[in-house]
Design a protein around this ligand. Structure first.
Ligand code: MG
Length: 333
């Protein structure tokens, strides 16, 4: 007879008759099954199932108290996402019994007295199904992880490593919703590297790319609170999403950013306003209400950015306060 190979199977045998249990246990162990658990009632069966999580259940149908169909239904309820093969043991070989067995969650049935060769064949078949099912679960998990990584790649700018336009749109939308619900101020800053075209024309595109990376790096460093996000939304255009940041906080943030950039001293030989790379920024801050949209916030930040540029660049300008970050500081003193 066929002996099972490579089996680390744990099998639960449920039958109210001691002689049936010990016969099956004996046969299973002889076939090479690693562990056989026995249960004589529905209560014992469910307790053993929960505690030992067997790989397969041989389940008697006729038992005093709750029968095998009832146990099968409970077992299916207990499993969460897993699937344990259930083979019914029955003295009856009527089609209705078979149907009831399948309906309640059984996978197959054996007619008592069980012959060893038939038992081995059924267990082999179940082993194969079990292996396929486990592989399927593993593949599903791999797919889920791959999908997650793909999504984060899709939202990532390859050059700078910042979140790209696509990610920016999604996050801004989410943060507006969140800030509306919590009634907290949300700040959006749109930033441009000043005279970046001249930088590229003068030093070449490889140097331009280095400059973009350096500025992106600084922006990312200033976004340290949870939720703060630096994005690259266009060629030399960046955006900062700053949750829970009121107008004055946004101005402080802008000044810190300007200082960090100044201390970096990235040479810009073609800038009319500074020997170093500078950034202009437009700021908008609001506690979002029902009328607040991503497009509305971007438009206000862009208008403020335009004003910052008109003031000679190297400024951050607030749409709501109608003042630059530097002037705001002076006004506060
Ligand atoms: Mg019985």
């Amino acid at each position: 007879m066929a002996i099972l190979q490579n089996t680390d199977l744990r099998i639960l045998v449920v039958d109210d008759q001691e002689s049936v249990r010990s016969h099956l246990s004996h046969e299973l162990l002889r076939m090479g099954v690693e562990q056989v658990l026995e249960a004589a009632s529905a209560e014992e069966a469910l307790a053993a199932f929960e505690q030992h999580q067997p790989d397969l259940v041989l389940l008697d149908i006729l038992m005093p108290g709750n029968n095998g169909y009832w146990i099968a239904e409970r077992i299916r309820d207990l499993e969460d996402g897993r699937w344990t093969p259930i083979i019914f043991l029955t003295g009856m070989d009527r089609d209705e019994d078979l149907w009831e067995g399948i309906r309640t969650g059984g996978d197959d049935y054996l007619i008592k007295p069980v012959r060893a060769t038939v038992l081995a064949a059924k267990i082999r078949a179940m082993q194969r199904l079990l292996a396929m099912q486990r592989r399927l679960v593993a593949v599903t998990e791999e797919l889920y992880e791959a999908n997650r990584q793909l999504n984060s790649l899709i939202e990532r700018d390859a050059l700078t490593g910042l979140v790209n336009r696509r990610g920016f749109d999604r996050v801004l939308h989410e943060q507006i919703r969140l800030a509306r619900r919590e009634s907290t101020p949300l700040t959006l800053m749109m930033c441009d590297i000043d005279f970046f075209k001249q930088y590229n024309d003068n030093l070449g595109h490889p140097e331009g790319d280095k400059c973009l990376k350096a500025v992106a790096n600084m922006l990312a460093r200033t976004c340290q609170r949870p939720g703060d996000l630096a994005c690259r939304v266009g060629g030399e255009e960046f955006a900062l999403i700053l949750p829970n940041t009121p107008r004055s906080g946004a101005m402080m943030f802008a000044r810190a950013l300007t200082e960090l950039l100044a201390s970096g001293k990235l040479p810009h030989p073609a800038s009319p306003v500074s020997p170093y790379v500078t950034v202009s920024g437009g700021i908008t801050t609001c506690v979002p209400d029902e009328s607040t949209t991503s497009m509305g916030m971007v438009t206000r930040a862009d208008e403020a950015l335009y004003a910052a540029k008109a003031l000679g660049r190297n400024h951050f300008f607030s749409y709501e306060l109608q003042v630059t970050a530097k002037d705001h500081l002076v006004a506060q003193r």
